[in-house]
Design a protein around this ligand. Structure first.
Ligand code: SF4
Length: 126
């Protein structure tokens, strides 16, 4: 069974994704992954540190490292607010539910200084 490695705050990014991103390849990759998870909500997720498959076309990625300090900070905030830990495994639909609750309660606290924040904050997550 495939286990999908995901850095914690990308659970929020996937929920709020509306097709906008750094570049066309970045957005196409994100869209494909979001569609796969929506189609297969029982996909196993393992929370990871550092770059994951959503980072593949990100301009800030340098190998397995992100040159921006924000993603690590957002990951840490998601873990703190959700009670989850790195290496925790769970299925996408459960992770999605936790991220939806975080989005309603804590989005500004977690990632309020992200360049996409205003776009994400305007989306109502059910
Ligand atoms: S504001 Fe940024 S970090 Fe937060 S969910 Fe949106 S894209 Fe992801």
């Amino acid at each position: 069974m495939t286990v999908f490695r995901l850095r914690p705050h990308h659970g929020l990014c996937l929920l709020h994704f509306v097709g906008k991103g750094y570049s066309r390849p970045f957005s196409a990759n994100m869209l494909q992954i979001a569609a796969c998870l929506q189609k297969e909500p029982n996909t196993s997720i393992e929370l990871c540190a550092g770059a994951d498959c959503l980072c593949a076309y990100c301009p800030h990625r340098k190998g397995h490292i992100c040159e921006s300090e924000k993603p690590e900070r957002y990951d840490h905030a998601v873990l703190q607010c959700s009670g989850l830990q790195i290496h925790r495994k769970l299925v996408w639909k459960d992770f999605r539910e936790r991220m939806a609750a975080l989005s309603r309660r804590n989005l500004r606290t977690i990632c309020g200084d992200c360049e996409w924040y205003l776009l994400c904050a305007a989306i109502e997550i059910n």
